[in-house]
Design a protein around this ligand. Sequence first.
Ligand code: AMP
Length: 191
Amino acid sequence: MFNLILFGPPGSGKGTQSEKLIAKYGLKHLSTGDLLRSEIAGGTALGLAAKSIMDKGQLVPDEVVIGMISSALDNNPDAQGFLFDGFPRTAAQAEALDKLLELKDTSIGVMLALEVSEEELVKRLLKRGETSGRSDDTNESIIRARITEYQNKTTAVADYYRNFDKVVMIKGEGSIDDIFNRLSKEIDERI
Ligand code: AMP
């Protein structure tokens, strides 16, 4: 089993690259953003509570996303490995994920962190907002709040995995295929 974290700020290409990576490596894609959006679409109490936080560009509470990931791991007993996208975003989430994986006798193989400049991120997200239907992609101040939230909270996640020598920084600008090749090279070295 090979598990990886695709890390990076909003707009860094995690969704696009995840699609390609799961197809190539047969991984199960777990995106907490997607899971939350399906709760919203389903009109659940969890979705309702999460929406007001997401609309401000802030992070939903750790226990909410950890619970969703725990259920998703249990619901996919036959997976060959997981690609975590947008999770973990805090040190507490990273510690919880390690414990959940340990219960399944597995662990994180690598964290691949996409690096993209802030101006490029804002440009990409505003463009995505024209078609994505995501309310958090249409307003520049919410976009900047999400990037700031990422910078404030997520450095701790990279530091956490750096302690285990599991972080690789990847240039997230250039063509989709070039970025995909950079990511694949790092996975191939470890799988
Ligand atoms: P994303 O689709 O990953 O950009 O996530 C969209 C929004 O969902 C974020 O701005 C957060 O409000 C929320 N969210 C997604 N993943 C997490 C997470 N791991 N921890 C806390 N909030 C999250």
